[in-house]
Design a protein around this ligand. Structure first.
Ligand code: DX5
Ligand code: ZN
Length: 220
């Protein structure tokens, strides 16, 4: 059994008090900090880039889990690694030469992740699974925090979990989008071991309590 990890997404944090918000996440036992990078092209929203990640790197020693929702991520991999990302996840849909992209991420010394959108089947990752360290199942269409969990994501998690068990058991299975007290249990039962949560953590009156509750729900 892999360790169950909670990765709060700072997309929903109060950026005027970023330092405090991250300290509260640490206090609640966050395992990773999830960083949603959006370019207004691959997804219909713009968030932040390597500059903010560099700042966050100074605030926390927790692993930084960078989720690149950007077109042509190859152009920026080095910058995101230098900014302090420990994991760099690219989208399958944004990478025509995924094998090369993953090799580059690992060459830079980061864990290499691949995310797939709700409409992308898990099976596209079968040939490449041995080259990845983290598989991210998007359970909403990427672009915004606070959206509702898409129920068929549970089937995709089960399928991804079986693929990982068969081919490369060390791969982390992450789920991102609409994870809250209601969905945390089901996604963990379906095999996810890294739960990203934005609104459910930073939209809650107590950030530490929200993280502890999610962990409890995920444990079933
Ligand atoms: C969606 C982002 C998510 C998002 C999750 O585009 O990749 O990480 O911030 O937010 P919640 O947990 O609010 O759905
Ligand atoms: Zn994300």
């Amino acid at each position: 059994m892999k360790k169950l990890m909670i990765a709060p997404s700072v997309l929903s944090a109060d950026f005027a008090h970023l330092h405090e918000q991250i300290e509260l996440a640490e206090e609640g036992g966050a395992d990773w900090i999830h960083l949603d990078v959006m370019d207004g092209h691959f997804v219909p929203n713009i968030s932040f880039g390597p500059g903010i990640i560099r700042t966050i790197r100074k605030i926390t020693t927790l692993p930084l889990d960078t989720h690149l929702m950007i077109s042509d991520p190859d152009r920026y991999l080095e910058q995101f690694r230098e900014a302090g990302s420990d994991t760099i996840t690219v989208h399958y849909e944004a990478c025509p030469h995924l094998h090369r992209t993953l090799a580059r991420i690992r060459e830079l010394g980061a864990r290499a992740g691949v995310a797939i959108n709700p409409a992308t089947p898990v099976s596209v990752l079968t040939p490449i699974i041995t080259e990845i360290d983290l598989l991210l199942i998007m359970s909403v269409n990427p672009g915004f925090g606070g959206q509702s969990f898409i129920p068929f994501s549970l089937d995709k998690l089960r399928e991804a979990s079986a693929l990982i068990a068969r081919q490369k058991p060390g791969v982390h299975l992450e789920v991102d989008g609409g994870v809250d007290t209601r969905t945390a249990g089901p996604v963990a039962a379906a095999g996810a071991n890294v739960l990203v949560a934005g609104h459910a953590v930073f939209g809650s009156p107590s950030v530490p309590e929200a993280i502890r509750t999610l962990r409890k729900q995920a444990a079933g």
